[in-house]
Design a protein around this ligand. Structure first.
Ligand code: C5P
Length: 223
């Protein structure tokens, strides 16, 4: 069977990872969460007290960084310099840090290299911000998921609660999302934007199943 790649881009909380996981199972292809990579870079910076917006220091920090992805059962595990950091990268501090480090070209070049390598060897569904526009411009299918800021904030908030992160308010989550939307859309290098050939889906009033069904209308030939 020919190799395929599906790009799912969009802002935080639009449902990308939830949907991408289901699509990967349905099509029996690899799911790659590219946001986790930027999060791991941010975690390293935070731990080493490096300013996540300092280009020079961030470029240096990623020179010898070792980021590896492994898949066990349905879960993507991410390794930073040999340590499994999967459980440490979902905090609000790391979210903001990830958005900051993602503005640094040297960081992006390094992550994109890894992402393209994985897509060369596997059929994948990849979620992120620049997959359809920059990482995989020739992707088999491209989707751009959106939703209102309110809907996205509520989803993220519930997700954090379910992970036991309770010391944060809905208003904090909304601010975090607005900050990242702005940062991700306005950076010069590979910003968040819809590829001209991407199919846009507004998920505000759709259930997960409805979004999956829409995507599968396009992807059904690849089952
Ligand atoms: O998707 P997630 O919320 O985990 O991504 C965290 C941050 O990483 C985003 O806010 C964005 O700044 C950055 N990112 C990116 N490009 C990607 C994936 C994530 O710039 N392909």
């Amino acid at each position: 069977k020919a190799r395929i790649s599906i790009a799912i881009d969009g802002p935080a909380g639009a449902g990308k990872s939830t949907i991408a996981k289901i699509i990967s199972k349905t099509l029996n292809i690899l799911y790659l969460d590219t946001g986790a990579m930027y999060r791991a870079v941010a975690l390293k910076a935070i731990r080493e007290s490096v300013d996540t917006l300092n280009r020079e220091q961030m470029s240096k920090l990623v020179e010898n960084i070792d980021i590896k992805i492994a898949h066990s059962e349905d879960i993507q595990r991410i390794f930073l310099d040999g340590e499994d950091v999967t459980d440490f990268i979902r905090t609000p501090e790391v979210s903001i840090g990830a958005s900051n480090v993602a503005t640094v070209p040297a960081v992006r070049l390094k992550m994109v290299e890894l992402q393209r390598e994985i897509a060369k060897k596997n059929s994948v569904v990849m979620d992120g911000r620049d997959i359809g526009t920059y990482v995989l411009p020739d992707a088999t299918l491209k989707f751009f998921l959106t939703a209102s800021v309110e809907a996205r904030a509520i989803r993220r908030y519930n997700e954090l609660l379910s992970k036991g992160i309770t010391q944060i308010t809905l208003e904090d989550v909304k601010k975090d999302i607005e900050y990242r939307d702005k940062n991700d859309s306005n950076r010069e290098f590979a910003p968040l934007s819809k590829a001209p050939d991407a199919i846009e889906i507004d998920t505000t009033d759709l259930t997960i199943e409805q979004v999956v069904n829409k995507i599968m209308e396009y992807a059904k030939d690849y089952v």
